[in-house]
Design a protein around this ligand. Structure first.
Ligand SMILES: Cc1cc2nc3c(=O)[nH]c(=O)nc-3n(C[C@H](O)[C@H](O)[C@H](O)COP(=O)(O)OP(=O)(O)OC[C@H]3O[C@@H](n4cnc5c(N)ncnc54)[C@H](O)[C@@H]3O)c2cc1C
Length: 419
């Protein structure tokens, strides 16, 4: 057994050409929280599992790095040490808009960088018996009802040898490729590729980056949430002192900016509250930011002629950040999916597994999605945000209701203090 603490940047446990000779019971594409948690759970139940990511770890990921109480609970369900020990307590959110702000205390959240969290989860999955193949891009999955297994086509340096790109055989293929899921699915028929994702026309896009520790006086354990006309932006100090910046923007606002950093600086100035510890413009303009594909989307949970392809996490759907979904949801979906795949006597048939997964996912996430969409709509309305700040400053009870919504905490015991 390998101690997970030694594996925050785990290296491959198998070569691509060796992996191509194995009959995998499950191939998991994407090693974010959804994929790593699914692979971990499957491997722990004795399922022969391969986890693939197109990147070597650690890799950059646009994310606010705040763990909701749901995410913390999901990690606790996985193992007592699934939450990295270095994670910082998240005690409060400071909501800033049009020069005003309110500070709301929060229960049970944590802050942890994605570098640390994602590598840590992959390390645990490896310890549970899963094989790990980083640096391999999955371009297509073919699921033909006349074949015994699905066929996963890989590319990238680590996947290509003298024999050309590798194809892997898998009983199930779990697509956990996040917002960047461009895996082409074919079902073996003449009708060609299956329809993939639907992206909402009003979808915002994500922007994220890391600032140096001295970029502003942000205290540990406090999320600053700056809401402007073009979107909103969260800033939080990571376990190593650096400051994580993550934002959701109207696409037009990014198109108008010369660079994503300029859009962030403009948004912070727009939301600006002098008593909020926001970084100065120079620090923001000097940082490197990454931009995501459009955020608001959904894709079929189950695909393939033989129902062997299942989506989990952001690959299955996403609304907007800071509305209550994210890492916690990805890990809940991973738990539901592994429960649907594995019955007490072994792996279910694809048709049975797909049925169980679809039913459980719809039951758990239907209501949550509706709430998230409402929050996303509220964050686009200045009057709603201003009213939330006024309520948080004046009424602790109202703030207790705002707090779970802002960071997706489900505890109703948030205590509020406005300043
Ligand atoms: C601006 C912003 C802020 C956010 N803030 C928070 C927050 O504070 N808290 C929170 O809980 N959530 C937050 N989220 C949401 C959170 O980041 C995601 O919900 C979460 O990462 C989903 O996990 P996942 O495993 O589904 O996907 P990801 O974490 O995106 O992982 C997908 C993986 O798949 C790999 N991959 C993609 N395509 C391929 C391919 N073809 N072949 C092989 N590998 C592939 C990628 O390299 C990646 O490692 C935020 C999101 C955004 C955009």
């Amino acid at each position: 057994m390998i101690a997970p603490s030694q594996l925050s940047a785990p290296s491959a446990t198998i070569a691509a050409d060796t992996a191509a000779d194995v009959d995998w019971q499950a191939v998991v594409v994407g090693a974010g929280p959804a994929g790593a948690a699914t692979a971990w759970r499957l491997a722990a139940q004795g399922v022969r599992t391969l986890l693939i990511d197109r990147h070597a770890f650690p890799r950059a990921k646009v994310c606010g790095c705040c763990l909701s109480s749901r995410a913390v609970r999901e990690l606790e369900l996985l193992a007592p040490d699934a939450l990295p020990a270095a994670a910082v307590r998240l005690d409060a959110v400071r909501l800033a808009h049009r020069g005003r702000w309110a500070r709301i205390s929060l229960p049970a959240g944590r802050v942890v960088s994605r570098d640390l969290l994602d590598g840590h989860l992959v390390g645990h999955a490896i310890s549970a018996g899963c094989h790990w193949l980083p640096g391999v891009h999955v371009s297509a999955v073919a699921d033909d009802a006349h074949e015994q297994t699905a066929r996963v086509t890989c590319s990238g340096d680590a996947a290509t040898t003298g024999r050309g790109p590798h194809a892997l055989r898998a009983g199930f293929v779990i697509l956990a490729a996040g917002l960047a899921d461009h895996v082409r699915i074919t079902n073996g028929s003449a009708s060609g590729a299956e329809p993939a994702r639907h992206i909402a026309t009003e979808s915002r896009i994500g922007v994220g980056g890391i600032l140096p520790a001295d970029a502003c006086d942000l205290p540990d354990g406090e999320l600053v949430m700056a809401v402007g006309r073009a979107g909103y932006c969260g800033l939080v100090r990571l376990e190593d002192g650096r400051i994580d910046v993550a934002a959701a923007f109207d696409r037009a606002a990014i198109a108008r900016s010369t660079a994503p950093g300029q859009a962030i600086a403009a948004l912070l100035a727009d939301a600006g509250a002098s008593a909020c510890p926001l970084p100065d413009t120079d620090a923001v303009l000097a940082a490197a930011f990454r931009v995501t594909p459009p955020l608001t989307r959904h894709a079929p949970l189950v695909a393939g002629a033989a129902r062997r392809i299942l989506r989990v996490g952001d690959a299955a759907g996403y609304v907007e950040p800071f509305t209550g979904e994210g890492i916690g949801w990805a890990m809940t979906a991973a738990r539901i999916l592994s429960g649907a795949l594995v019955a007490p006597l072994g792996l279910r048939s694809p048709a049975e597994a797909a049925h169980h997964y679809h039913a459980a996912h719809t039951r758990v996430f239907g209501r949550l999605h509706a709430r998230c969409s409402l929050v996303a709509a509220g964050l686009r309305r200045p009057a709603v945000v201003a009213a939330a700040i006024t309520a948080a400053r004046a009424l602790p009870l109202a703030a207790r209701m705002v707090a779970p919504v802002v960071i997706g905490s489900e505890s109703r015991r948030a205590s509020a203090c406005a300043s």
